[in-house]
Design a protein around this ligand. Sequence first.
Ligand SMILES: [Zn+2]
Length: 573
Amino acid sequence: MRTKELAGGVIALSLLVLGWTALLPASSVVAAPPAFFPGAPTAVQVSRQVSLAEAAQAGAAKLGAKGGFTGDDVSLELEGKEFKGPITVSLKVEFTLPKGKTPEELKQLNEVVPFEREQTEAELNRLQNKTSKGDPVKFKLEWKVADPNDPPTPDYQHVTVVDPLKDLAEPDKDFRSETEGLGTPNVGGNEISAKFTASDMGMPGTMAHEMLHLMGVDDHYLDVYRYKGRDYPLPATGMAPTPLKEYLAAHKPPLPLPPAGRVGSKTMKGYSRCDIMGANSSRKCRKISPKDLDWFDSQAGTLVKAEPGETLLNKKDSDQNMGIGFETIVFAAPGSTTVANGISAYCLDHDRGIPFEGLFDVGPKASEMPGYEGVGKLLAYNFSNAQASLDDSPPAMQAAIWNQTDGTPPTAIGGPEEVRALMAAAGVSENTAGTDLPAIANPNAGSPNTGAVSASGEVLPNSLVAEIEEPAIVRLDAAQLYTKRFQAGKKAFGDLVVAANGNVDHLDLTVQRKVGKRWKATKKLPTRKFEAGTTTVQVPLGRLAVGKYRLVVSVGGPVGEPEGRTVGFSAGK
Ligand SMILES: [Zn+2]
């Protein structure tokens, strides 16, 4: 009984397999990933998405012929402009464990990561984040787990989940999750490593805080050493016991070691106590600072999806119009242009010339034009089921499309069955009457630029979208001097907190004294190396006379303009 049933099952199954192979072309695939330009999305991507038509209306897109009609035959040149609308901040993070953990521990990580990803993403989007211009900011997290023995995946930030009592160079029960620097939006190869604790992973506020670091936002708090009622800023947050001892001993004046004083955290001046990057990321009122949301705005590039089913209209009416058959995602960072070499498209006019040169306009979607519905279905089916990659378009699909647009017989190398199978699978009936659809008119043909045409055959109006500047390379977020009043006549040392990011590598400091109404330099300190981030530097201010002073703080990098600000202080008896 059992055997018979099994035999019957095998027969049914083999028939099914035979049936499918007879119906589907050999290259049948399931949902190929879209093509990305200029490459796979970077670990942090900040973008505004616009349609191909919107990009064309803004003069930000140029669609050019490449000399073919089946496959990757159109290029898109996209300029990153200052569009309005929602901003998406996408972050890709890969989690792993230190080497030598058990398979059971890795299994646990695999279980916890999807859940915590959802929690953290919900936390980042908990409030209606908006820029000062009113554009919403949405966060999208993509998390995955890697085996500790596998090489790190490119274009991801890399987190190792550690047990602070077992996995650190020095066991530290007070260890807090930390990132090694900050992420850089829209730049490839600039990946950041981080160490998280399992307990922090269960805290959405803490995780959102760490994710913001991986996206490029710095802390807005510092650690201080509290001694005799005074706060001395420390050069780093969450310092391990040994470096802390060394720093306190070398400080001027030397500070006695704990428990004479203790380490605490303090939100920096100019930021709200509710700031999620401040001293307490778990407060009920926690929120992302408006300054940081505006910073994301300054980083936002332009993202366009060329979608299957969209049509491209030739400017030359003797040459072919095209229909996009594969999804291509093109990103252009602010102030830059990406040339995407290519867009995969099929010819929609059997009897016209092959487009070897010249530009296209963005036409309506095939599905929106009477008579072209079948073409729309074929193009959508092509991307989800038939075309394996950008430049691997099945010739039978072109035959199927021409059957719809020009009434040509379904001929292909694989025989008419292959073409008919594609049409059947896409839910399109064969054009046996040989009906020839009218070619789509292009009322924008006379314009020298790529524009957009609506389904009712009108040129869509040009929109004014500002050019966008490349974001500043050097950022000086804060400069704060700890103590602002010194004793005159003695050598004075100040603790200067500097928060600087981007491509910075040096710090210049000049002491100026107020003489009458003018500032006069009394001491120029030697240029010192500076690594991006927030730190405290001890500044020898010199022997001060009674009066008003200021410190001119300037950070710079190998390229771009330095950024500076001044911090006032005084000396008295
Ligand atoms: Zn932090």
